[in-house]
Design a binder for this molecule. Structure first.
Ligand code: AMP
Ligand code: ZN
Ligand code: FE
Ligand code: FE
Length: 310
């Protein structure tokens, strides 16, 4: 292995809305010569145990992660990554249960709205699309259940609904499904219950993790002062890092966010936001445009995780 290696710290698996199983994301990372990977599924750590085991097998470093959506005014979105969280911690389990509850409230409303608009779609089809396997009571403890508890449910979201709409020919692309039906302004849009940024930060820290602001470009702040105000408030409430390299960031963003991270004493993180074939233009191991994430990002993040535990 050369002395400069690369990592990917933002990835999704079939535990949420990616199309590769957790172990397959890890194997692909090894095949692409990455030396470390973090799995950051939306609202769940159910893929973490499988990914960690696969990483040990193929000999790359692994960091447990999660990505959660926090309250933030439209049209922006605020996603917070939690790294090094303990999947078995009671706070983490309560966090994921809350987030899944929010989805349980929302998904049936979207389906009902689609049905009212004449779209033939059912929750059963969406669950099948997400490949939710009903737990077999005999083996309910296997596969991701931490501490002998049964594995939690899978976060089903709009990408799974979009996939059904596409498969049944109601739309020609996933993007069309969002534009026409699922995104704000769409026919069947419903927001989901979100945590406040402060609660999200607190729960990540109480789970033993380091909280990182994901893809700051998606905040859609309109000037530097506004971005700095948002960032300062997050830092005051325990933010530990800023994602500088991401598939939605161009060179100017990377430069701006790196300077801000420096100024606020945050670690810089980065990743592709790989979702498998659900986002075909995003490849594991490099952000859109080909920018790669140096191993030093992983080392510094890991050090901060360990400092937090110390
Ligand atoms: P949900 O968790 O149900 O709110 O869905 C969020 C997921 O939908 C994320 O993976 C987004 O990348 C994806 N998403 C959001 N808006 C769009 C869009 N306009 N086109 C395609 N995917 C989208
Ligand atoms: Zn996603
Ligand atoms: Fe995100
Ligand atoms: Fe993501």
């Amino acid at each position: 292995m050369s002395n400069v290696t690369y990592v990917d710290l933002h990835t999704h698996s079939t535990a949420s809305d990616g199309t590769y199983a957790p172990a397959d994301v890890v194997r692909l990372a090894a095949a692409r010569d990455l030396s470390a990977l973090a799995l950051t599924d939306h609202d769940t750590v159910n893929g973490v145990a499988e990914a960690a085991a696969a990483a040990a097998e193929v000999g790359i470093d692994f960091l447990a992660g999660i990505e959660i959506s926090a309250e933030y005014p439209h049209p922006g979105t605020m996603h917070i990554l939690g790294y090094g969280i303990d999947p078995a911690s009671p706070v983490l389990r309560s966090l994921t249960a809350t987030l899944l509850g929010g989805r349980d409230d929302r998904n049936p409303k979207i389906i009902a709205k689609l049905q009212a608009a004449g779209v033939a779609i059912t929750m059963v089809e969406v669950e099948a699309e997400a490949k939710v396997v009903k737990p077999d009571p005999a083996t309910a403890d296997a596969g991701g259940g931490a501490g002998g508890e049964p594995a939690q449910k899978k976060p089903i979201g709009r990408p799974h609904i979009a996939a059904v709409l596409l498969r049944k020919g109601y739309v020609g692309t996933i993007k069309e499904a969002f534009d026409k039906y699922l995104a704000p302004g769409g026919l069947a849009y419903f927001d989901k219950e979100r945590l406040s940024p402060r609660t999200a930060l607190q729960m990540i820290r109480d789970s033993g993790g380091v909280a990182v602001l994901a893809h700051p470009v998606q905040l859609r702040t309109t000037n530097d002062a506004q971005l700095e105000t948002v960032l300062k408030d997050l830092v005051d409430h325990g933010l530990g890092g800023l994602e500088t390299i991401h598939s939605d960031h161009d060179a100017a963003h990377v430069e701006q966010y790196t300077a801000l991270a420096d100024r606020f004493g945050l670690v810089t993180t980065g990743g592709s936001d790989f979702h498998g074939t659900n986002k075909k233009d995003i490849h594991l191991g490099a952000a859109r445009g080909g920018r790669r994430v140096p191993r030093a990002f992983y080392e510094k993040l890991r050090a901060r995780v360990e400092a937090g535990r110390g």
